[in-house]
Design a binder for this molecule. Structure first.
Ligand code: PEP
Ligand code: CO
Length: 449
């Protein structure tokens, strides 16, 4: 018999990576306040994302998911949000052309505030304090008060998500996402770069746009020329917050986590019989699952039975984050197992999280080349196995930060201190994001022939 689910049954299970709130009375007050606030997204939008993801699962669209590792309260501004949105649009234009497929755009945005950590404590100069767990939980400053989990932060995270969504929706349909404009930004980028291949590709897009215009397709008669669909996502880690935003759809029934369109379960919290899997199994949103190199194939099948018992297409995105070496030995077995068991999944590649290292200058960083080589391996393995490499999942920002080394700006370890602003993991900057999109176009072309 199927186990009963409700939005709070996760509370009966073992849970990892949660804060300890000393003030449980205040925690309850905040939860009930959020419970009464309007949903951030609407179930109909989630269904529309699911339809698009179904296409990805069938090999008829490509998923581009990206944004900050951790959004922060202090770095929030309209310009920063605009720039991150802009780089995703620019990358998407390149990938659409290269793959000849629609690109489903999902931001790690408007809710990506809670972070799992490898250690519960951080030690500096002999002082040991609780780790920073994201702005929705505590503050990054290294003092005892800042690091105390404060439930009120959930309300601030909700507000910032609402402001972000408001602006994103305006950008997406108010003229900012005009395809010609996006392409002109790409041309500006290409002009500054020395890569002839980028220029060739950009010129081909210019020609394609001219051709379509000549055929009578333009922004007056084709909505896709001036607006985009853009969806939000984050790791569903802080379940007190996720539960408070989980609502029953008044139109069609079913429970939706209305904090974002898509949610994912992290590598550290995806155990069967634990709280995060219990919570996620009951919601209708599309779900991502991060899969590291230690994953066991039989476990994966059990997890999919729990999260997607009806084997719905587009419901589950497996986001592999194996590392540029492990991926060759690990991914083929997983693909074979999933195929044998006939599970419908989207395969997406997170080339960031298993390629992190500490630079000689003391910064947590990632190398652009390693990131690219995990993506290349991901495409190669899928091609060998005859499966569809359906998406990429990136940590990136529209700002000109220096957090990852390499790319056409040739950022070196010595440069990292110039503009290292991340609240958690190192992000690709706008130029590195675009570099990646242009490089990726080679792999996508291979796939489409
Ligand atoms: C993340 O995406 O920021 C993250 C923590 O990933 P993972 O769960 O794969 O380590
Ligand atoms: Co991260």
């Amino acid at each position: 018999m199927e186990k009963k689910w409700s939005k709070n049954t996760w509370r009966d299970y073992r849970i990892r990576q949660q804060p300890f709130y000393e003030d449980s009375v205040n925690l309850k007050i905040v939860e009930s306040k959020i419970n009464k606030l309007p949903p951030l997204i609407f179930a109909g939008e989630v269904r529309s994302l699911k339809e698009k993801l179904k296409k990805v699962a069938m090999g008829e669209a490509f998923l581009l998911q990206g944004g900050d590792c951790a959004e922060s309260f202090s770095d929030f501004s309209a310009n920063n949000l605009r720039d991150s949105f802009k780089v995703i649009l620019q990358m998407s234009a390149v990938l659409t052309y290269a793959s000849s497929l629609p690109v489903v755009k999902v931001g790690r945005i408007a809710g990506q505030f809670a972070k799992p950590r490898s250690d519960d404590f951080e030690e500096k100069n002999g002082l040991k304090l609780p780790s920073y767990r994201g702005d929705i939980i505590n503050d990054i400053n290294f003092d005892i008060n800042s690091r105390k989990p404060d439930p009120k932060r959930m309300l601030d995270a909700y507000s910032q998500s609402a402001y972000s969504l408001n602006l994103i929706r305006a950008f997406a349909s108010g003229g900012f996402a005009d395809l010609e404009k996006v392409h002109n930004w790409n041309l500006d980028f290409v002009k500054k770069s020395t890569k002839n291949k980028y220029l060739d590709l950009a010129n081909s897009i210019t020609d394609a746009l001219k051709f379509m215009k000549a055929c009578g397709f333009n922004k007056e008669n084709v909505p896709e020329f001036k607006q985009v669909d853009f969806f939000t996502s984050h790791e569903a880690l802080l379940l007190n917050y996720e539960e408070a935003l989980t609502r029953e759809d008044s139109m069609k029934g079913g429970w939706y986590d209305c904090s974002a369109h898509m949610l994912w379960i992290g590598e550290r919290t995806r155990n069967l019989d634990e709280a995060h899997v219990e919570f996620m199994r009951g919601i209708k949103n599309p779900i991502g699952v991060k899969i590291g190199p230690s994953v066991d194939e039989d476990y994966l099948i059990k997890l999919l039975e729990i999260l997607n018992p009806l084997n719905e297409m587009g419901k589950i995105t497996l986001i592999t984050r194996m590392g540029s070496e492990n991926i060759y030995s690990k991914l083929p077995l997983l693909i074979q197992k999933i195929r044998k068991n006939k599970n419908n999944v989207i395969w997406s590649c997170d080339p960031m999280h298993a390629n992190t290292y500490k630079s000689s200058t003391g910064f947590k960083t990632r190398s652009f080349d390693k990131i690219l080589s995990e993506i290349e391996a991901f495409f190669k393995v899928h091609q060998q196995e005859g499966s569809f490499a359906g998406g990429i999942h990136l940590e990136l920002t529209g700002l000109d930060v220096t957090e990852c080394v390499g790319g056409s700006q040739k950022i070196k370890e010595e440069d990292l201190s110039d503009r290292y602003h991340t609240h958690c993991d190192p992000r690709l900057n706008a130029s590195q994001g675009l570099d990646l999109a242009f490089k990726l176009s080679d792999f996508l072309k291979v796939k489409r022939g």
